[in-house]
Structure formats: C-alpha cells, structure tokens
Design a protein around this ligand. Sequence first.
Ligand code: RRO
Length: 312
Amino acid sequence: MSINLNTTIGGIALNSCIYNASGPKCTTKEELENIGKSFSAAILTKSSTLELREGNPSPRYYENDLGSINSMGLPNKGYQFYADLAKNMRQYNKPYFVSVAGLSLENNLTMLQDLSSVDAIDAIELNLSCPNVPGKPQTGYDFERTQHVLDKVCQFDQHTLGIKLPPYFDLIHFRQMAEIINQYPIKFVTCVNSIGNGLVIDIDQEQVVIKPKDGFGGIGGDYIKPTALANVRQFYLLLRDDIDIIGSGGAKTGSDVFEHILCGASAVQIGTQYMKEGTSCFERIEKELKNLMLQKNYTSIKDFQGKLQSIK
Ligand code: RRO
C-alpha cells in the first residue's frame, strides 16, 4: 500500500507534513541549507527583525529529558538576509517560509512590504508571540493590539500570510482570538509558540539554568504537548475552514505528529527535537508516521485529519 504525507498550507503544496519550527538551527545560511537537504518538507527561517540582532546573553538555551527553556532574544541576521537567500533556496524544491517578528508594528509593515516583492518566498509566518524580548509583551495576549496589527498588515497585497500564536489556556480566549482572526485573509495559524516565562532550576546549584531575565524563558518539548494539542484542536474547530492549522509543540515521534493531525493540523513543525537530534529527525519521524498509518490502514493524512473523537 502506498502512503503519502502530502499536504497543503494556504494552497501551497508540501510533499510531507513535517518541517522545522522557527527558532532552532534556522538562522544561518548553512543551517537553512541543511534543512533544504533534509527530509524537512519546507524551509522556515528564524524570526527576523529589521536589523541584525545578537540576541540575549548566554547561557540562553537549556534542555533536559522533558524539553527545553530558551531566552534567545531574537538573534537573527536581519530580514534582508533571508530575502536575499530566497532564490538560492529554490534548488531544494520545497517551500521557503520567512518568519517575521518586528520589534514594532511599523517594522513589521516595512518588512512585509519589502518581502512581498521577493518572488522566491512562498509564505510569511508573522510571529505574534515571542516571549523573550525584555520590555516587549507578546502581541497575541493583547486582543485589541492583535486586531490593530492584523488591520494594518492585511491592508496590502502580499505573500501567503500566516500567524504564529502563543498558547492560550482559557476557552474564552480561544473564542476571542478566533473571532478576530476570522475577520482577516490569514491563510494559516501556527499553534503554538513556547509557553512563555517558565522557570527551570538546577537543584544542585540551586540556580536558574539560563541567564537572561533571571532564568525565565519559553518552554518547549514534552512539557508542552498537551497544551499545543489543545490549541490546535480549539483553533481547528473555531477558525474558518480555509485557514490551515500548523501544529507546533512537543512533536518528537511519528505518533506525536499523528496526534497533532488528529486534532486538525495540516502540518506539524519540529522545534526542540530538531534542536536535540539535528536534521535526521525529519526522516525518522516521517518513517514512524508512515508505519503508524500503515498499521491503521490510512494512506493519506486526510484519512484522519481533524477526526479526533469525543467519549460518547
Ligand atoms: O528568539 C527567541 O527568544 C524566541 C522567539 Br523570537 C520566539 O518566538 N519563541 C521563543 O521561544 N524564543
């Protein structure tokens, strides 16, 4: 039986439903080329700003068996670098997505406008949820602000536009955010960014494990899978049918990816596990997902996407 993992995101075809999350190992040309050469179904860049940024002081990333904490502080090469790379990325025959995380609305508008003229970029993932820039709250937790940002960024023609959201924890918040997003020509929503401002402690040292912000940082990995699945499920149920959901959070095996798709995801991003394992994770997870689908007699992700059952 032939199994295929084909999917689409905002009408863009991908030959598998598994690719890298923005953040880990997607900042430099070499890292992006490595993703290009791998089984990752797309190439997604680190969130970019108007100018190059060094980010926060180190140590700023830490991992253990359950996941990761980071306070990178948006280190990136500046959006022009990712625009200039776009043509080069064509050789890998997979979509090239640029993540944008301006430090102000004006910066976001400048970047989106400039990037719209770069043909070799397939889509933009606008990051509304960075938890780690001191003094800059996460836009996605301010509903009025989010509405204002979407009003402005949707005013001009541009690439396929998606947004990356922080995790929500209350049913009213899912509904309020969905109501806002449904008013705009957003093509995909990525759920979720890291859980912001968690704290991981080294008990021997009686000390925090990362330096910025007295140790507070974004949590990823196993710690956040149930939260990520809940967000994928809620937005799958609440958003317009033509908005694709991209799952991100705690996916490290084929069965984790299966769970995200069962909740409604059209594709699943690998963050903490890609950081730990490197690019070989994409082929391994793809194989594991195909094996699981074979056992269940599924030939395409459409056979189970969104079909999570409740207990009657
Ligand atoms: O660079 C970061 O500190 C960072 C970003 Br922009 C983000 O969106 N999520 C995260 O966990 N870290």
